[in-house]
Design a protein. Sequence first.
Length: 100
Amino acid sequence: QIPRLLGPGLNKAGKFPTLVQHTDALETKVTEMRSQVKFQLKKVLCMGVAVGNVGMNPDELRQNCLMAINFLVSLLKKNWNNVKRLHIKSTMGKSFTVYG
């Protein structure tokens, strides 16, 4: 009954609850959900996505960036023709142009 009442508002915010079985390990489920990234392509012209953290080595960051970029481009109708520029930025640093 809770999903029926709260579902429309949570779904609109992109925070719909997921089902957890009593046999599932709660810690692994929480870690899995926190490591997922959702691309919401509506009518936005600019998008920001977290691809790593300070505890990752440069190779892991590069792999995450490539995976996120390729997945995002695959969601677009005209693939790379819809991408004008790509930038990468740390929290406190300058942004660097990757593409465009």
